[in-house]
Design a protein around this ligand. Structure first.
Ligand code: ADP
Ligand code: MG
Length: 269
């Protein structure tokens, strides 16, 4: 299937203004019927290999990872430190490219898209959260959550839609339980609150998939549980597909399915 068939839709405002490439990426797809949904693969790795190079040394990390994640599934990937979990998640999110194999999203190959198309894909269709939150320190919680919309819509469209955007951000912030913190800067938030904010930011553009890299890794047990509860609620209520990486077995087993990375390949957990 050609990449053109990546359900092409709106180019960004910025692109219209700059006359940049008219890249089209998947729009939110109509909700499939339940029967179809059960079998729809949302994101997949096919024979994915990754080798890092350090000086003259090759470090093979992924040696042929095959993985299908179904639409609406909550999958966790477990493995020892250094087993390649973050590497795999980055490849699924097109932050990096595999040395061999392919990554598919909604049935289309995405690892070989031009970087501008991958940017759009990540902006609108694949949300990400990380262990250390990566919030912008100078922005308030509300502004942090709005950032992907500003980037995705471009300044003019963002400004025209600012009320709608702010409303959407506030709803998400309420959903993660932070309505009383919207004007706070990240340094005024606890770890759990920062992760909630990062989750709201990851979801503001209504992506189909959330990729989470050790989202509870820097949090105490109780706060970690709260984050897991939020992820589960989003999975159930928004039919969000979640791929979560963790080294913590107790966290991993709260997902629908657990796979383990061993020697650069998927083993049954
Ligand atoms: P995990 O997330 O499971 O702890 P990573 O995917 O971060 O593992 O890393 C897998 C292996 O690849 C580790 O041995 C790590 O040191 C190595 N690695 C990761 N990123 C790089 C890089 N940019 N350059 C060289 N080696 C790397
Ligand atoms: Mg890691």
């Amino acid at each position: 299937m050609s990449n053109d068939s990546l359900a092409v839709s709106h180019e960004t405002e910025a692109m219209r203004h700059t006359g940049g490439p008219h890249i089209r990426v998947p729009q939110q797809q109509p909700k499939p019927s339940l029967a179809a949904k059960e079998h729809a693969v949302q994101i997949a790795a096919v024979g994915v290999e990754k080798i890092y190079h350090k000086g003259d040394t090759d470090i093979p990390v992924l040696r042929g990872v095959d993985l299908d994640v179904q639409q609406g599934e909550f999958l966790s990937i477990i493995g020892q430190s250094g087993s390649g979990k973050s590497t795999l998640l980055h490849l699924l999110g097109t932050l990096d490219a595999p040395d061999a194999g392919e990554v598919h999203f909604g049935g289309n190959r995405i690892d070989n898209l031009p970087s501008s198309s991958r940017d759009i894909l990540r902006n609108r269709h694949i949300g990400m959260v990380f262990q250390f939150y990566h919030l912008l320190p100078e922005l308030t919680l509300l502004e942090n959550v709005l950032t992907p919309l500003l980037i995705g819509q471009g300044i003019w469209r963002y400004w025209r839609q600012r009320r709608k955007n702010t409303q959407a951000a506030k709803e998400l912030i309420e959903m993660v339980g932070l309505s009383h913190r919207i004007k706070h800067k990240p340094r005024e938030l606890s770890g759990g609150e920062m992760q909630r904010a990062a989750i709201a930011r990851a979801l503001i553009a209504q992506p189909e998939v959330l990729l989470a890299d050790e989202p509870t890794g820097n949090l105490d047990k109780h706060t970690g549980k709260e984050i897991m509860a939020i992820l589960r609620t989003l999975n159930v209520e928004k039919n969000l597909t979640i791929v979560m990486v963790t080294h913590d077995g107790a966290i991993a087993e709260q997902a629908d399915r657990v796979i383990r990375l061993v020697d650069g390949r998927v083993a049954r957990a």
